[in-house]
Design a protein around this ligand. Structure first.
Ligand code: ADP
Ligand code: MG
Length: 225
């Protein structure tokens, strides 16, 4: 679950962004939409605990962000939140296998090759474990990054513009993959996007078993501080 209250964020010297309150039940899907620059990526960074709000509270998986000490919160976040960033941030010098092992290390759990293999398998990329990111197609790299994001069975999956630069068919596949992955893990899924195709794909994919809500951010969220 994700709950935010009175959430504000200001970049140093920048605009103040204010966000509407959000309640996302565990296992449901939130589509965070709105034009470029309205604050979608910032909202994800706040909910992922990567930046601290200037005002307001965030609860993720029953944990109030900011309530833990830094080291504990870094490890908790690595396990509880799966982040699929827009730029995938796979480490180019490491193999796919090693990239996933790094995620286990970051969360302070023992390296578990079997689990890595299972995660890659579930996304159809187990045969790519020995490759470096530079040897993957865009779609393969995204699957690997998603395998890494869900490796520790996070309760929340956050995806930033997962269909950017994908053609219609690949975009539909990416949305279906995210939904399937979230459902298999009973995770809460947030897709942040300005891509209008995602809403169509989500409605087409989601059946009555998935609660799906939409939050549209607008330019009105921006206030000069
Ligand atoms: P979106 O993901 O919806 O395109 P962002 O969250 O990236 O929007 O950006 C929201 C607003 O914050 C924009 O006006 C953007 O210019 C500004 N912004 C984003 N990142 C920074 C930054 N690092 N420093 C200052 N302003 C930023
Ligand atoms: Mg963005």
């Amino acid at each position: 679950m994700i709950q935010t209250r009175n959430l504000h964020y200001a970049y140093p010297g920048g605009m103040e962004l204010s966000f509407p309150d959000v309640d996302v039940a565990q296992g449901s899907v939130l589509l965070l939409s709105g034009p470029s620059g309205c604050g979608k990526s910032t909202w994800l960074a706040l909910v992922a605990g990567l930046v601290a709000p200037t005002q307001g509270t965030i609860t993720v998986a029953n944990q109030a962000l900011g309530a833990m000490k830094k080291v504990a919160s870094d490890a908790w976040r690595a396990g509880a939140i799966g982040f699929l960033p827009q730029k995938l941030h796979l480490t180019s010098a490491l193999t796919v296998q090693e990239n996933l092992a790094m995620a286990q290390w970051a969360a302070g759990v023992p390296e578990d090759a079997q689990r890595i293999q299972a995660a890659l398998q579930s996304l159809g990329v187990a045969d790519l474990a020995g490759r470096k990111p530079g040897q993957l197609s865009g779609g393969q790299a995204q699957r690997v990054a998603l395998a890494r994001a869900v490796l520790l069975k996070p309760q929340v999956i956050l995806a930033d513009e997962p269909t950017a630069s994908l053609d219609d068919e690949a975009a539909a596949d990416a949305v279906a993959l995210l939904l399937d992955t979230a459902r298999a893990q009973q995770a809460t899924l947030v897709i942040a996007t300005h891509d209008a195709r995602v809403a169509q794909h989500l409605s087409a994919c989601s059946d009555s078993q998935i609660a799906f809500q939409r939050l549209q951010l607008g330019r009105g969220m921006l206030e000069k501080t």
